[in-house]
Design a protein around this ligand. Structure first.
Ligand code: PMV
Length: 316
C-alpha cells in the first residue's frame, strides 16, 4: 500500500522579525503543495527521492547522519517503524509545487506531509498527532522552531501567532489573490535574525518605536482582513515593508521587485526573513494579471489563494 499526503506552503502576511521581540505575526497557508508518497519495502533501508536529491540510508543508522534536507524524513520513518515494531524498510517520494529555501515554509510543509503520509502506513492519526510528529521532526534541523509554520501547513487558513507560543486560527477567509515572486536569492533565516539583533542593539529607541508601530499595524491588518478591505490591507503591507526596510532586512533586488508591482497591485512586501527569498503582492481578480505581468519577465512568480484545507491524506 502507498500512503499519500500533501501540505501547503505558507507565507508571512505581517509581522516577521518584530515577532521575535514580542507582539504578533499573521501567517497564511497558500494553495501550492508538497506531496509525500510513502510505502513499506522488504529492504533494511530508508530510501528517499525528492527534487533536492536522493538518499539511501540503512534504517538502523542515526537520522543525524543524514543530510539536513532528508533528516526530518529519516527521523519520522524511524520513529514510526520503531513504534510499530516493524521489520520493513521504507521508500519515500517528495514532490513540490513551490521553490525551497526562499521563506515559503518548504521544510515545514514537507515535515507535515511526511508525518501524515508515513504515520498512515501504520494507523490513522489525528491532525493534532501528525502536527506533533512534524514539529519534532523539524526540530532535528531547526532546534528552536516555534511550530507556527507546521501549524499553518497542518490546519491551513490564516493564523495569528505570538512569541509566547500562542497560535490561533482565524475564522475568516478573505477573498484575495497573492502574487508570490522569488528573488532567487537563498537566504539564511538565522543570519538575518542576527542582523536584526545587531540593529536593535545599536539603535534600541528606533527599534522599540518600530515594534510599537508594528503591533498597531497588525491590529489594523486583522480588522482589514475581517472586512475584506484589500485597499487598506495593501496600504498596511506597504507600511510593513517600510518598517522592514528600516531594520535592514530588505535589499535592492527586493525593493525593485516591490516597485515593479507598486501600481498594479494593492500593495507588496517581502515575506519571511528577507535579504532574499520572496515578495508577496496583494491583488484580486481585477488586477491579478497586471500584477503577475509586472513581475513575470524578470522573476519566477505565481499567483496563490489562501489554502483552507491544510494537510490532505489519501492512500493508493
Ligand atoms: O523566512 P522564514 O519563513 O524562515 O521566516 C522567518 C520569520 C522570522 O520572523 C524572521 C523569524 C521567526 O522565527 O519568527
Amino acid at each position: 500500500m502507498k500512503s499519500v499526503a500533501s501540505a501547503p506552503a505558507k507565507i508571512i502576511l505581517f509581522g516577521e522579525h518584530f515577532i521575535v521581540y514580542g507582539g504578533k505575526a499573521i501567517l497564511c497557508a497558500i494553495d501550492k503543495r508538497i506531496t509525500v508518497e510513502s510505502e513499506m519495502t522488504k529492504t533494511n533501508n530508508i530510501e528517499i527521492e525528492s527534487g533536492l536529491g536522493k538518499l539511501v540510508i540503512p534504517k538502523s543508522d542515526s537520522y543525524k547522519n543524514a543530510d539536513s534536507v532528508f533528516r526530518p524524513l529519516v527521523y519520522i520513518a524511524q520513529k514510526m517503524l520503531e513504534k510499530f515494531h516493524s521489520k520493513a524498510g521504507m521508500r519515500i517520494r517528495v514532490s513540490s509545487e513551490f521553490p525551497s529555501g526562499v521563506g515559503l515554509g518548504s521544510s515545514s510543509a514537507c515535515c507535515v506531509a511526511a508525518a501524515g503520509s508515513i504515520s498512515s502506513l501504520f494507523e490513522n492519526h489525528t491532525k493534532e498527532e501528525i502536527l506533533k510528529i512534524a514539529i519534532d521532526a523539524e526540530r532535528t534541523i531547526f532546534e528552536n522552531t516555534s511550530g507556527a509554520d507546521c501549524t499553518a501547513c497542518t490546519y491551513g487558513g490564516i493564523l495569528e501567532y505570538s512569541k509566547d507560543g500562542q497560535i490561533k486560527k482565524l475564522e475568516i477567509v478573505p477573498k484575495l489573490e497573492l502574487v508570490v515572486a522569488n528573488s532567487g536569492i537563498i537566504h539564511s533565516t538565522s543570519k538575518v535574525v542576527s542582523m536584526v539583533k545587531h540593529f536593535k542593539d545599536g539603535k534600541p529607541e528606533i527599534f522599540s518605536s518600530l515594534c510599537i508601530l508594528e503591533v498597531n499595524l497588525i491590529e489594523d491588518a486583522l480588522d482589514a482582513l475581517q472586512k475584506n478591505d484589500l485597499v487598506k490591507l495593501g496600504k498596511l503591507m506597504i507600511q510593513n515593508q517600510e518598517f522592514l526596510e528600516k531594520i535592514g532586512v530588505s535589499n535592492d533586488i527586493l525593493n525593485s521587485m516591490i516597485s515593479l508591482v507598486k501600481d498594479a497591485s494593492y500593495g507588496a512586501k517581502l515575506t519571511g526573513a528577507g535579504d532574499g527569498g520572496c515578495i508577496i503582492a496583494l491583488a484580486d481578480k481585477s488586477n491579478l494579471k497586471k500584477t503577475l505581468n509586472a513581475l513575470a519577465k524578470k522573476y519566477e512568480c505565481f499567483s496563490a489563494k489562501i489554502d483552507t484545507n491544510g494537510l490532505e491524506q489519501s492512500s493508493a
